[in-house]
Design a protein around this ligand. Sequence first.
Ligand code: ZN
Length: 266
Amino acid sequence: MAPTIRDWTSKFLFGGPRSTANLIGVCIHTTENDPSTPAENVANYQLNTQSGSYNTLADRKGILRENTADWITWSTGNKGNTLLMHLSFVARASMTRAQWLAEDAMLRNGAWEVAQWCKKFGWPVRHVGVAGLPGITTHDATRAWGSTDHTDPGPNFPWDVFLRYVNEEINGGTATAPAEEGTIMAELTGVSATALDIVRRGVTTLVTPLQSVINPARSFLLTDLVRFIDATSWENRVYLRELLRSQGKDPDEIRDEAIKADREGK
Ligand SMILES: [Zn+2]
């Protein structure tokens, strides 16, 4: 269920425009306030001092949006500010796991917003360092890019719980695990599958990395893979036609004859 949303995006005017085409993932932060602090207090402080900003704050009550996706935030070093969507919990990086788990409403509120971003941009729901993007990374991990020394959201952030909530939101509020290909096919052909369920699982498939057959250590997003196949097949077609023409052969004639021969052979 959607949390209470406070839209303050018209107030946060420092930063500047950025292209959403460059966005590659989510960055998780803590504001370093007591978890009882209302997000409005944090946002007002940031506005008054122009000391920082995020895309969205998550507190116990819901979420507060500071900047839209097409606006530069002041959240990490320069690179992270132009490449990532920033979600900050009104909490502290020093919190223990027990203290985090006590903030269940806040975790769910933040997970809801991150799920919207992962769905919108097709990012996989996985915790990664900056080299592993697209996915969900941290302010701590962006230190690899330089010009920042923060280590939030801290070593005890409950990734297992948080990622489960993000996945649940993407899967339509159920606890469904990402579907295997075989399961999807069974559902597509089975009488018990509902169209809605297939659509939900389809969304999961789009954000679940596909393992390479050639090198199992590598994985791809389905959307990226289709774009790559499209570009590669087009390129191969251009090369091959040019090669045939250079040998005095007509590529269209070869194709038409092959189609004819195939159809006659049934
Ligand atoms: Zn941070």
